[in-house]
Design a binder for this molecule. Structure first.
Ligand SMILES: [Zn+2]
Ligand SMILES: [Zn+2]
Length: 350
């Protein structure tokens, strides 16, 4: 089968490798159809690391993906405890928790210290034609959802989890910095959850426009205004109840803190390339901010599928570029360069 491996920073190579073995207990063999490129993949692509995960030998990226079930082991129950069937199209949640540690038992499998994660070194991801996955991580996709949308259910899951943590209530004021796929989805969900006003900021004009289309009451190019000043003007100097950072977690973390009201919530979703959080202590302290770090998601696929199926969130609109597996290097380079119009890049594997 054809496989795309990351050999070093900005070095992706396609090669033929042997196909995986037959699925074991609780496993499914998938024919991978589509894989998304995520901001976290771009960190790994750019620097060979994310957080303190550094890769030491070639591995396969791709944690946002869907595929078709082609073989099943015994007891292959899906993520909602139903038997999987050959031929089903399934979206795959990439984190495989241990399900038996303290965090898992307490309902926080997203924090499981013993988990593995498809597409995060040393665990290979989905940029290959066949892949063995845990059946429990598979969620059948309704016919109304396209293959291209499958990988975005993971992105939507990240946004749902962030919204859950934000405790947004009806008429809460919210600001979202970053209108990449995650930031846009958070903006959309904040509007759906009844937040108002909803501010959105990005440096790319087409993303600012999309944020407006998707429910931001105020969307600005962050390079063409003073984002904090804009929020303070419109809120009469109060700031927002919830400020969400969903960009590259650089100076935008401080901006988000500066936008939050006294006693507000600061939710950090973006990942900084240098693994450092920079925040003026006095601002956070004097405001008494509640600072929340968002880590992946918790059983959000059923809700993501429901939202996408209902049309409340149109995931197809987020897909801006499509490539074949053979073009993986080109797809990553284009996404990393933020070529015009880039939102979600999808690799069509099979
Ligand atoms: Zn991701
Ligand atoms: Zn665990």
């Amino acid at each position: 089968m054809q496989v795309a491996r990351l050999h070093g920073p900005k070095d992706i190579r396609i090669a033929a490798e042997s196909a995986p073995a037959a699925p074991g207990n609780g496993e499914a063999l998938l024919k991978i159809r589509t894989v998304g490129v995520c901001g976290s993949d771009l960190h790994m692509y750019d620097t060979g690391r994310i957080g303190y995960t550094v890769f030491s030998e070639p591995f396969i990226l791709g944690h946002e993906f869907m595929g078709e079930v082609v073989a099943l082991g015994a007891d292959a129950l899906d993520g909602v405890h139903q038997p999987l069937a050959i031929g089903q199209r399934v979206a795959v949640e990439p984190a495989v928790p241990c399900w038996r540690c303290e965090l898992c038992e307490h309902g926080h499998p997203n924090l499981c210290p013993y988990h593995k994660f498809y597409g995060l070194f040393p665990e290979d991801g989905a940029l290959r034609e066949r892949m063995l996955v845990s059946a429990r991580n598979c969620f059948p996709m309704p016919d109304s959802l396209s293959d291209d949308v499958g990988p975005l259910l993971e992105t939507l899951g990240v946004a749902i989890h962030a919204i859950d943590l934000s405790k947004i209530r009806i008429a809460s004021s919210v600001a979202v910095i970053g209108a990449g796929p995650v930031g846009l989805l958070i903006t959309r969900l904040a509007a759906l959850a009844g937040a108002s006003p909803v501010f959105a900021f990005d440096k790319l004009d087409w993303r600012v426009r999309k944020a407006r289309e998707w429910g931001a009451t105020h969307a600005f190019n962050a390079d063409e205004c003073d984002p904090v000043g804009a929020v303070m003007d419109i809120t009469g100097g109060r700031g927002v109840d919830v400020a969400i950072e969903a960009a590259w977690a650089d100076h935008s973390v401080q901006q988000a803190a500066d936008m939050a009201r006294y006693g507000g919530r600061l939710l950090l979703v973006g990942i900084p390339p240098d693994d450092q959080l920079r925040l003026q202590h006095a601002v956070a302290r004097r405001k008494g901010l509640t600072i929340i770090m968002s880590r992946r998601m918790k059983h959000t696929y059923p809700r993501a599928i429901a939202l996408a199926t209902s049309g409340k969130v149109n995931l197809d609109e987020l897909v801006s570029h499509r490539y074949d597996l053979a073009q993986t290097a080109q797809a990553y380079a284009s996404n990393f360069a933020y070529d015009a119009g880039i939102n979600k890049v999808i690799l069509r594997v099979g």
